[in-house]
Design a protein around this ligand. Structure first.
Ligand code: PMT
Length: 400
């Protein structure tokens, strides 16, 4: 069955360079079975023409609040009632600010005000604009009103900068639109997952790392997304395909992971630390390949920051879930970590046996929270992740 079969999707295109991608988005929405109507803001029409969007959507593109042809001259009410979902993509910084203030002075904002349909925003803007506190505050306020947010992605931008602010890929957007219709246990929740190993470089060609494949963390990000969450995955180096519908930031070292987590943590409701983060890094990273000289070689290591403890210690910290990878005394060590790091929940796994833990397809977890525990028996990491996500969302909601 197509993901958007028989759904009426209203796409609002606003003034961002990424508007040039919308004809492809409309085509893909229709491929998934959606009936699509498009509203263009006046800024958007500088980047994409109504004619192109009319051709790909098969429907007249609307731009004006006062439309003689609309039923009783009230195009906004007609479209607000028609839509099963409203998708604002790309959503510019200006448009997000305007919507958050409750504006209703043009067709698109009037529709958003008049409709009871779920609204999904896909921001696209320059990195600095994205990081500006006005943008964060505007999004905070919209999310508190139940608006869902998808992205943005990280990468090179039209303005020449590199970082967060790109419109998410069409397939990611489609997945998020589909999630609007199957609200699961994590609907409206923003989740951050860390996954995979870190690399601590000794010189340009050598590094310290561990055996984490990223499979457990990627499965969790996918399961949270399937459960309706808006998910960002901070991933160390892996060979895995990014889960569909999930925004991914790739990092290499523990300190890069820490920066990425800190930069994105602000709106997060649940933080799941599944990454195998190196506790130490070489004190000195040589800029040149180290030559063999003496018969012995010593490496001085210094501690990395504990990312999970840092997040748990934030004012307004999200609900925090850690992992404990142990080779013995699973319960004692896991509970110790939960207390020392000040976190809400911990999922403990044994990593000394074949077939579970690092770099395996299966895993077994014992989960601890407050004075409670639950064993999630050995099964594929995909199935296990779904069970853990259900448990996390239940305990998270109880904590509110
Ligand atoms: O990736 P896979 O091959 O699928 O394997 C999955 C896994 C075994 C890596 C996973 O299930 C797991 O156990 N992840 C945590 C591994 C780990 O580093 O555990 P730890 O006991 O050393 O760390 C405890 C917690 O603190 C973890 O949540 C870790 O992400 C976090 N941590 C650790 C160090 C640090 N500097 N910052 C952190 O946030």
């Amino acid at each position: 069955m197509n993901k958007l079969a028989f759904k009426n999707c209203l796409l609002i295109v606003t003034g961002s360079i990424a508007a040039y991608k919308t004809p492809d988005i409309v085509r893909r929405m229709r491929d998934e079975g959606a009936e699509v109507r498009v509203v263009l803001t006046s800024a958007a029409s500088e980047f994409v023409t109504p004619l192109v969007l009319q051709a790909v959507s098969g429907n007249e593109v609307r731009q004006d609040l006062f439309d003689q042809k609309a039923e009783a001259g009230m195009g906004h009410i007609e479209l607000a009632r028609w839509a099963d979902a409203i998708v604002i993509a790309p959503a510019s910084a200006d448009y997000i600010a305007k919507l958050s203030k409750g504006a209703a002075d043009d067709l698109s904002t009037a529709i958003c005000r008049a409709s009871e349909a779920p609204i999904l925003i896909a921001p696209a803007m320059n990195l600095q604009m994205w990081e500006n506190s006005f943008t964060k505050e505007a999004l905070d306020s919209l999310m508190k009103k139940g608006v869902c947010v998808c992205g943005p992605d990280s990468g090179s931008q039209a303005c020449g900068e590199v970082g967060l602010g790109r419109l998410v890929e069409a397939e990611v957007l489609l997945e998020s639109i589909a999630n609007l219709f199957n609200a699961g246990s994590m609907a409206q929740i923003r989740v951050m997952v860390t996954a995979g190993p870190t690399r601590e470089y000794i010189d340009p060609v050598r590094y310290l790392t561990n055996q984490s494949s990223g499979k457990m963390g990627y499965a969790l990000a996918r399961a949270a997304c399937e459960a309706g969450a808006n998910v960002i995955l901070i991933s160390g180096p892996t060979n895995l395909e990014p889960p569909k519908g999930v925004g991914v930031e790739y990092i290499s070292s523990a300190s890069e992971m820490e920066s990425s987590v800190v930069n994105n943590i602000r709106d997060i409701d649940i933080f799941i630390a599944c990454a195998a983060v190196s506790d130490y890094r070489p004190e000195i990273e040589s800029s040149q390949k180290i030559k063999k000289s003496a018969s012995t070689f010593s490496l001085k290591l210094i501690p990395n920051k504990d990312i999970l403890s840092g997040v748990a210690g934030l004012t307004n910290a999200p609900f925090t879930v850690g992992f404990a990878a142990e080779t013995e005394k699973l319960e004692r060590y896991a509970k110790d970590k939960m207390t020392k790091k000040g976190i809400d929940m911990i999922a403990a796994n044994l990593v000394d046996n074949d077939g579970t833990g690092f770099n395996s397809d299966d895993n077994e977890l014992t989960v601890f929270w407050r004075d409670k525990s639950r064993i999630l028996e050995k099964q594929s990491k995909e199935k296990l992740a779904r069970k853990l996500v259900t448990l996390i969302s239940k305990v998270y909601r109880e904590s509110l």
